[in-house]
Design a protein around this ligand. Structure first.
Ligand code: ZN
Length: 62
């Protein structure tokens, strides 16, 4: 079984983990109701996407 010859120093460990960070979440705002929406998703508040109504008002309440 392969065994590490040297222990990983805290510096090396930090260098390896420097790429493990998460990117901040991308948030856009609905041009119709100013709610926060994810990119390429329809607005959960008013049901609009790309300036047109996708989900009717009645269907949202259910
Ligand atoms: Zn909206």
């Amino acid at each position: 079984m392969a065994v590490p010859k040297r222990r990983t120093s805290h510096s090396r460990q930090g260098m390896r983990r420097s790429h493990l960070h998460l990117k901040p979440m991308q948030i856009q705002y609905c041009p119709r109701c100013e709610q926060q929406v994810l990119p390429h998703h329809l607005c959960s508040n008013c049901g609009h996407y790309q300036g047109r109504e996708v989900v009717p008002e009645e269907a949202e309440k259910k």
